[in-house]
Design a protein around this ligand. Structure first.
Ligand SMILES: Nc1ncnc2c1ncn2[C@@H]1O[C@H](COP(=O)(O)OP(=O)(O)OP(=O)(O)O)[C@@H](O)[C@H]1O
Length: 257
């Protein structure tokens, strides 16, 4: 098992956003997290990636206890992530965005940068190579020198993936990777997510687009009011009574494309 989440709980004041959740994430597989708005999905990602300390519970990644680690330490150990709103620098080029993202996660300190140490130069070269490789993998290397502001929403999503991949993570957490793109583009992004898994990258994603999830996920966890109400294959989930009631039952509201 790549990730073991045990009895994870996070409270914000009186609100329990994640309530006693267990989850195993299997290596090389695609695990999806679904649930209504406010169910705690993003909070769950924030806990795994070290952005919030859990109130109680434990997170083990690759046999390391990462429960209390800071985000940069978690990234260093091999967890990459994207955010719900693509946080790119609009005026900077695609390549610079990915390089900046990589630099923020690599080790040279300010002193190395000022003194232009050997280590700093080596890391800079490695950073450029990784960024080029990641942009090629996600299929936007032809846009490398375009400012982010001028590329499509779908291309921006791909750049956000490249940013998460530039540190060669073993696990990527994708927060609503297909939000705001049309059905054709959604298919393209789903293919890219499958390509990641085929290349041995373990994927965990949050997504509202049910059809995409049903086709893509090996396993789905359903959250409602911070609690895990179901876990299983897409087929098991689509037949699960409590899920249908809490979420899919509102299928008039659930986006199906
Ligand atoms: N930093 C925070 N401080 C206080 N409350 C928070 C914080 N982050 C999240 N919450 C609350 O925790 C609950 C779960 O929010 P979260 O964003 O994790 O849900 P979500 O399932 O990702 O929702 P959505 O699908 O709308 O993105 C919500 O009630 C939210 O208001």
């Amino acid at each position: 098992m790549l990730v073991k989440v045990e009895k994870l709980t996070k409270s914000f004041g009186g609100l329990t956003a994640i309530d006693d959740v267990d989850l195993d994430i299997e290596k090389g597989k695609i695990t999806a997290i679904i649930g209504p708005n406010g169910a705690g999905k993003s909070t769950f990602f924030n806990l795994i990636s070290g952005f919030h300390p859990p109130s109680t519970g434990r997170i083990v990644f690759n046999n390391h206890d990462i429960t209390k680690l800071a985000p940069n330490k978690v990234a260093e150990l091999g967890i990459g992530r994207t955010f719900q709103t693509t946080n790119l620098f609009a005026q900077a080029s695609v390549l610079d965005n990915v390089m900046i993202g990589h630099r923020l996660r690599t080790k040279s300190g300010l002193l190395d940068a000022i003194l232009r140490t050997k280590r700093e130069k080596r890391e800079e070269k490695e950073c450029l190579e990784k960024a080029i490789e990641a942009l090629d993998f996600v299929g936007v290397s032809h846009l490398s020198y375009q400012p982010v502001a001028l590329i499509s929403q779908e291309a921006q999503k791909r750049v956000a993936f490249a940013l998460a991949l530039a540190t060669s993570p073993e696990l990527v957490l994708l927060d609503e990777p297909a939000a705001g793109v049309n059905p054709d583009e959604t298919d393209g992004l789903a293919e890219l997510i499958e390509k990641m898994a085929h290349n041995g990258i373990t994927v965990c994603l949050i997504e509202h687009k049910m059809q995409m999830i049903m086709n893509l996920a090996d396993k789905i966890m359903v959250l409602n009011h911070g609690k895990k109400i179901a876990e299983g294959t897409p087929k098991q989930i689509s037949n699960h009574e409590e899920v249908i009631e809490a979420y899919l039952g509102g299928s008039k509201n659930a986006k199906t494309s």
